[in-house]
Design a protein around this ligand. Sequence first.
Ligand code: NAI
Length: 333
Amino acid sequence: MEKTITVFRGDGIGPEITACVLEILRAAGAGLAYEIFDVGEAEWQRNGALIPEAAYQSFEKNRILLKSPITTPIGKGFRSLNVTLRNKYDLYANIRPARSNTAVKTPFHDIDMVIFRENTEDLYVGIEEQIDENTVHATKVITRKASERIIRDAFQYARTHGRKKVTCVHKANILKMSDGLFLSIFQDIAREYPELETNDKIIDNTCMQMVMNPNQFDVLVMPNLYGDLISDLASGLIGGLGLLPSSNLGTGYAMFEAVHGSAPDIAGKHIANPTALLWSACMMLEYLKDFDSASRIRSAVDQVLAEGHVLTPDLGGHATTEEYRDAIIRRLG
Ligand code: NAI
C-alpha cells in the first residue's frame, strides 16, 4: 500500500534537489505518494508565512517529512525554521551517518561514524538577554530527560547495529554543571551496555582527533551545538556537505533532511549535489521498511560515484544535478 509523505521544498538549491530526489524515488518504484509544499524565505515573501498552515497539517497527518534546506532570514524576529520544526514535533534525535565512499577522493579513508546530536535544547533554546548595551547573555539548557533519551538511543543503535564503541563529546571541564550532567548520564547508561567500549572526549580535542585519527570514532553522542559543529567537520572528511544525510526522530514524527543548508551561492546553477538529500530519502525508506527501494537507490549511487564520469562539481566533476540524476536512474536495477 502506498504511504503518503509530506515534502517541504525549501529555498536556494532546495527546489532543484527536491525535484531530482522525487524523480529518483519514482523511478525506483518506491511506494510513496507526496504532498508537496513550498516553505521558507521565498514562501514568506509570497504569502507572509515561512511554513503555511496546510504544510503543518500535512506533516501532522502523515507523520513523515522529507525536507529540503531552508534559508533562515538573518535579523530579529526570525527563529530558524529547522529549530522550530524540531521543537514543535519534539524531533529530539538527530542522527547523521558519515561514511567514506571509496569513489570520492579525500585524504581520509574508511570513515564510518554515526553522530547522535541532541536536537531540542542546549544553546538552541534561543534564550538571549540584553543585560546592558554591551552585554548579552545566552542560556544553555541541558536536562536529564533530553540527555537520557538521546544517549540511550545512541547506545541502543550501537547495540542493534553491531557497533563497537560509543564516545560522549562534551566540555565538562569548563561547563561543569550542564555538560557535567550530560557526561554523568552517559557514564550511568554506559553501565547497561557492558559489551560496548565507551569513552568521552572534550569537544576541542575531538575536533583535533577527528582530523588526525578519525577512524577511532564509531558512534558519537553529544549536546546540540557540538553536534552541529562535529557534523560539518565529519562531512569534510568524507567529501563535503553534499554527502551527509540525516534523520530527525521523535516519538511520533520523523523528518529526513540533508545536513547542508540552502547554498545560495550555487542556487539556480544546476550544479548542486543532491546525494545528501537522496541518502536522507533512503534513510526514510528504511524507516518505512522499504529496504528494497533504499538498497537499489544506494547501489545505483555507488555505481555512479565509482564510475566517476558523471559527478557534480563539488566532487570534482562537470555534471549538472540533472545529468547526475539521470545517471542514477539509468543504473537502478
Ligand atoms: P550551506 O550548507 O548552505 O553551504 C555551505 C557551502 O557548502 C557552500 O559553499 C555551498 O555551496 C556548499 N554546499 C552545500 N550543500 C551543497 C550541495 N548539496 N552541493 C554542493 N555544494 C553544497 O551553509 P550556509 O551557506 O552557511 O547557509 C545557507 C543558508 O542555509 C542559511 O540561511 C542557513 O541558515 C541555512 N541552513 C539551513 C539548514 C537546513 O535547512 N537544514 C542547515 C544549515 C543551514
